[in-house]
Design a protein around this ligand. Structure first.
Ligand SMILES: O=c1[nH]c(=O)c2ncn([C@@H]3O[C@H](COP(=O)(O)OP(=O)(O)OP(=O)(O)O)[C@@H](O)[C@H]3O)c2[nH]1
Ligand SMILES: [Mg+2]
Length: 198
């Protein structure tokens, strides 16, 4: 296989997948690269797995090709696991990364750093027509900072400081992020499958 469709309309994710899959000689296309305007898939599930499957199975069924989806989010301990599966639209519609960050910082207030623990979670679902969907999960542990820092990445990257670092993912930049991120860790789990497709 030389091409794989990723069922995402998120530019930041699409860019990360392109870089990951280049290593395997696979061109990762996203829904943003397609000519046809496919219907938006409502993420009505209650888990990352359910939402990922809605996206990959939904698009695989329409196009009858293998499709990978990513459902991901930020799980903050002090907020009882929020924003979790609601990360993309935490501050409401339309999706707004800046407002989401402001809401999280407001909710955490001046809680000390040891109470600001969090993790990014990424669940990948791969749906190949005629086969059952397979799932791979990756996480990235860290803490939520006190202010936005850095210009790279997307979403909550400017306030997420991964374990073992003292800079945010948005300061560290794509090369470092792609070594340690939840998405990178989930992709590693898919590696075996990818290698068998060559
Ligand atoms: O700082 C971040 N760095 C990341 O690496 C990351 N990964 C996920 N997230 C957050 O979680 C939502 C996913 O929600 P989500 O899986 O439904 O994706 P989405 O709605 O953005 O696009 P799609 O793939 O569904 O089309 C995103 O919008 C972000 O808010 C991230 N934030
Ligand atoms: Mg989404």
């Amino acid at each position: 296989m030389k091409e794989l469709l990723i069922a995402t309309k998120n530019k930041g994710k699409a860019e990360e997948f392109k870089v990951f899959f280049e290593r395997y000689g696979i061109i990762a296309k996203s829904l943003l690269d397609l000519q046809e305007d496919l219907p938006d898939i409502e993420e009505t599930g209650e888990t990352f797995e359910e939402n990922a499957a809605l996206k990959s199975e939904g698009i695989a069924k329409i196009l009858n090709i293998p499709v990978l989806a990513d459902d991901s989010g930020l799980v903050i301990d002090a907020l009882g696991g929020k924003p979790g599966i609601y990360s993309a639209r935490y501050a409401g519609e339309p999706k707004d990364d800046k407002k989401n960050i402001e809401k999280v910082l407001r909710e955490l207030g001046d809680l000390p750093v040891e109470k600001r623990t969090a993790r990014f979670v990424c669940v990948l679902s791969l749906s190949i027509p005629g086969n059952s969907t397979i799932y791979k999960k990756g996480t990235c542990e860290g803490v939520i900072g006190f202010e936005e820092k850095g210009i790279h990445g997307f979403g909550y990257d400017p306030i997420f400081i991964p374990e073992g670092y003292n800079q945010t993912l948005a300061e560290l930049g794509p090369d470092e992020k792609n070594k340690i991120s939840h998405r990178a860790n989930a992709i590693k789990q898919l590696e075996e499958w990818i290698q068998n497709q060559q």
